[in-house]
Design a protein around this ligand. Structure first.
Ligand code: SAM
Length: 282
């Protein structure tokens, strides 16, 4: 009998993947955690019935959430990563020799343990000596930090369940305080396509704009996320991610990437008209 994983993207749209095996299932204090194995996407992790990371397409998300801010300011030394329990964001950050410390704040230890076991491809750098993992709520963690980080990456679940607080005005205001004058904030910004996600994206954008003089949005294509069209938010106290990009400096680092390149970096900030209209509407 065929086994299919299916998730609800809207009330009338479902996304399904044929799977070979249901490798793991458990309920943590915060969410339902499942791991499946499939031919098309390899091993993949779902939280509360939504795909978080698949072996085959994770490179797109993780390269774009990390290399866009890192290329914008190659002098970033201290990074804070919120969520990101699969380890993919940390893995990409550890590729930079200039990074001195990475604090990762994940609310659910069970996600990290499960990813260490089933997704070593993403979890492989969680033991890098520069990485310190805090098992806490990111919303509370940033309340008591001031002028500490050059970069904050919010790699969270959607704004429903434990991730809800990471899309609030209070949270973005505290991120602003936790950042140095060089600071950059990047966050997963949901999809512009389906209404439910687009409304969250608009609200997040509106809140971030209240704190940061530079507030932009860039896009990526992720086959396993709702609609495949995904956005990241880029906010900064002073760095324009496109105008002052030093392509040569990043290319001289010699990092091999599968998705990110500096041409794409400039292009991903060019948005379709309907997305511009959604952002202008906030
Ligand atoms: N790439 C993914 C996506 O956008 O679908 C996100 C993956 S990552 C596994 C998201 C992580 O954020 C989860 O492990 C979840 O436990 C964590 N998370 C959710 N809310 C959080 C909070 N308030 N504080 C810290 N971590 C949180």
């Amino acid at each position: 009998m065929e086994l299919w994983y299916s998730e609800q993207h809207t009330k009338s749209v479902r996304f399904s993947v044929k799977v070979n095996q249901h490798l793991y299932t458990a309920k943590s204090e915060f969410q339902r955690i499942d791991v499946f194995k499939s031919k098309e996407f390899g091993t993949f992790l779902t939280l509360d019935g939504l795909i978080m990371v698949t072996e085959k397409d994770e490179f797109i998300y993780h390269e774009m959430i990390v290399h866009v801010p890192m290329a914008t300011n190659p002098r970033i030394k201290k990074a804070l990563v919120i969520g990101a329990g699969d380890g993919g964001t940390v893995r990409e950050l550890t590729r930079y020799p200039g990074i001195e410390s990475i604090d990762m704040v994940e609310i659910d230890k069970m996600v990290v343990d499960v990813c260490r076991q089933y997704l070593p491809q993403t979890a492989c750098k969680l033991d890098d000596p520069r990485v310190r993992i805090y098992y806490e709520d990111g919303l509370k963690f940033v309340r008591s930090r001031e002028n500490l980080y050059d970069l904050i990456i919010v790699d969270s679940t959607d704004p429903f369940g434990p991730g809800e607080g990471l899309f609030t005005k209070e949270f973005y205001g505290n991120c602003d305080k936790a950042l140095t004058e060089e600071g950059i904030l990047v966050n997963q910004h949901e999809s512009p396509y389906y209404d439910k996600y687009a409304r969250s994206m608009q609200r997040a954008h509106q809140c971030i704009r209240e704190f940061f003089p530079v507030c932009r949005v860039y896009q990526v294509h992720i086959p396993t996320y709702p609609s495949g069209h995904w956005l990241f938010g880029f906010a900064s106290k002073k760095y324009d991610p496109v105008g002052k990009l030093d392509e040569e400096a990043w290319n001289n680092l010699g990092l091999q990437t599968n998705y990110y390149n500096t041409e794409l970096h400039k292009g991903c900030f060019a948005l379709p008209n309907y997305v511009k209209a959604l952002l202008a509407d906030t």
